[in-house]
Design a protein around this ligand. Structure first.
Ligand SMILES: [Zn+2]
Length: 110
């Protein structure tokens, strides 16, 4: 991931140089839909999606206002997050149902 300070967007002259985490800094075409800033970071882990969710949904968190959004579309990720969580729950239920109705009887455990 490139983190050159001259990629795009005007730099904030009042920003402390110490609060920029080099490891996370990603500057792409995305613009924060809440405040219009282009300074955001890609979290490795979120409470709603673990490690896979933010990667799957190209989730980013704005450094200026702290809101999360989708980098590719530049819009809110709330709907995608809801769908992600619903499908996660459905996958777990499906796995449990398969285990309960197929695997356990086949192994003579039920
Ligand atoms: Zn923002």
């Amino acid at each position: 991931m490139s983190h050159s300070p001259a990629d795009n967007s005007p730099e904030n002259p009042f920003q402390s140089p110490t609060d920029v985490a080099d490891d996370y800094l990603v500057r792409g075409p995305g613009i924060c839909p809440y405040c219009g800033d282009a300074d955001f970071e890609r979290p490795y882990f979120t409470n709603w999606g673990g490690y896979i969710g933010p990667w799957l949904l190209t989730h980013a968190v704005c450094r200026r206002c702290g809101h999360g959004f989708n980098v590719n579309s530049g819009t809110s990720n709330l709907l995608n997050i809801a769908l992600y969580q619903i499908s996660s729950v459905l996958l777990v239920i499906l796995a449990l149902a398969v285990g309960f109705f197929y695997i356990l009887p086949a192994w003579k455990l039920l």
